[in-house]
Design a protein around this ligand. Structure first.
Ligand SMILES: [Fe+2]
Length: 238
């Protein structure tokens, strides 16, 4: 069973299309997204249309929840005051430009998706099994992984939010951060899509890195009135 997981797309339709094509070429039988559909790049409505047209189920990210409910803040944590200001600008822009259809789509996304594949129980969520805005980095202590695992009986957990992909095996469970399709922060600016291959005896995880026209998205960020700051960060993947 081969499953493609699209994390943190963030309005980057060029990256999503390239990642989707790569995942289908690699034999994906089922596709899921991990939320955070808008913000930073301008194509939130196009991303929602693409997911709907291709029947890609997924979960609600903190950004989707905040946009859909017209919150004051995106729920993202900034590293410094400049980033805080830029993120606020991007959030406001996204709330203004997301269509009613896109907001309705984001509002009803489930918090998590649970399914079984070849005897393995799999749980998808945006950030952690109980909170959609907590950053679950790979260097969290094992105590944290244990606490998160205790919240569910899943064998495999797949999530995003940090935009940095990893796989960690601990206590017989598989923890997968799927990275980000549209705004990677791990120094590799190519789109990231995660391919999960589940067989009766193992779980294989591949992070496909897919080239796309980064300059085109970066230029659109500026042309559509989003902060140039995010165009620069897209190219640098930070
Ligand atoms: Fe995100």
């Amino acid at each position: 069973m081969k499953i493609a997981v699209f994390g943190d797309i963030h309005g980057n339709i060029g990256a999503l299309k390239a990642a989707y094509d790569a995942a289908q070429a690699a034999g994906a039988e089922k596709n899921y997204h991990l939320g955070d559909l808008g913000g930073y790049s301008p194509f939130v409505n196009e991303v929602v249309d693409f997911l709907a047209e291709h029947d890609i189920e997924g979960v609600q990210g903190n950004y989707d929840e905040a946009v859909a409910h017209d919150r004051e803040h995106c729920g993202c944590k900034a590293e410094d005051p400049v980033q805080e200001e830029m993120a606020g600008w991007s959030f406001l822009w996204t709330k203004e430009h997301a269509s009613k259809k896109a907001k309705d789509f984001m509002r009803i996304l489930p918090f998590s998706i649970y399914f079984s594949a070849l005897g393995k129980k799999v749980l998808l969520f945006h950030a952690t099994p109980s909170k959609n805005n907590l950053y679950w980095h790979e260097d969290r202590p094992e105590k944290f992984f244990r606490e998160m695992a205790e919240k569910t009986d899943a064998d495999v957990m797949i999530y995003g939010h940090t935009h940095k992909p990893y796989r960690k095996d601990f206590n017989g469970k598989v923890f997968v951060n799927a990275g980000s399709v549209g705004k990677p922060k791990d120094g590799d600016p190519r789109a990231c899509v995660t391919l999960l291959t589940i067989t009766t005896d193992k779980v294989n995880v591949e992070f496909l890195r897919v080239p796309y026209d980064i300059k085109k998205t970066a230029d659109s960020i500026i042309a559509r009135g989003l902060p140039e700051y995010f165009a620069d960060r897209l190219k640098e993947a930070r």
